[in-house]
Design a protein around this ligand. Sequence first.
Ligand SMILES: *Cc1c(COP(=O)(O)O)cnc(C)c1O
Length: 381
Amino acid sequence: MSTLPYLPFARPTLDEDTINGVTEVLRSGWITTGPQVKKFEAALSVYLGDRPVRVLNSATAALEVALQLCGIGPGDEVITPAQTFFAAPNMIAKVGAKPVFVDVELISRNLDFNAVEQAITPRTKAIMPTHFGGLPVDMDRLYAIAGKYGLRMIEDAALAMGSSWRGRRIGSFGDLTVFSFHPNKNMTSIEGGALVLADEAEALEVETLRFHGITRLPDGTRDVAFPGGKFNLPDVNARIGLGQLARLEEFNHRRRELVADYFRLLQTDPPCLLPHPGYPGDESGHSWNLFAPLLPLDQLRIDRSQFRAALESRGIGTGISYEAAHLTTLFRGYGHRDGELPNTERIARETVTLPLFPTMTRADVERVCATVNEVLAEAKR
Ligand SMILES: *Cc1c(COP(=O)(O)O)cnc(C)c1O
């Protein structure tokens, strides 16, 4: 057992001002959706180029509401990577549409655009791309395809709060963008998510969809025209989100510094396949939610779970992002089989997420790299 403190792969940073702010909300007499949510939405809107923003109690809920907003349902297809979190294809299936899985590029882990164009059919209604680990997809190519085929775009930017493409923040342009404020993301509201829109009328529809489908009638009674969910964010969570948003740039700056240390120090034998470093000249566009190299498993005598156990026994936590979504029991049931999406499946086998969060020190990164170097050297074939 290690005598050093345990290093998880992700950890939220909550400051005293935020904790005191939460206490004030708890004492205020109004704890569910109210004034703090209004403030949080306004602050997010300012951060995202004054676009309409509505918060919900998760990104998963925001993805579902976005699909409903686009009128997507049975008979429709939505193109999505399989190298993503289950929430995206799950919500496509949940609204009754078919997720059409495409492969990703091995290094960026973002959509392979050639595969996207080949996957478009007359039933395609939308594309749901993921900005993997905080690295933006090529927004020029994405929106060129959307325009050419008349498709809606629901960007899964759960990992990309604070990322930008050619100097423009993800979420500040385009069609629909979804962010997550889960504790493992770049900012948190414990649970929570946001849907950013291009259109005020659609933002008003989101208010209905996120709360039972309720509309208010002039006589003070209520009506329902659509069986909406119950996805509102409480004020307690919104207050945390406000405290986090105020520090997001600082958090992301720190993530980039730590990642620079990782690139410098993670020089293993046999070598790992390191993640995409960000676009040249636009390195600050990558918000680095995840630092996830691919392990050289074919050159090792151990498998990934043994590698993870070796790190765990030395006090270092790791994660996996992501398994191949098309090979879950759910989507095998749609007819998907091994071998369909080679890059997705290879990433799913070899990826491991190393610790990365703003309060880590350079010494922590040194410790992780030294440990990974040691474990891989010992396990080399
Ligand atoms: C975390 C995550 C989600 C889900 O976010 P929740 O707020 O937990 O619902 C969706 N997509 C991606 C890519 C994620 O990483």
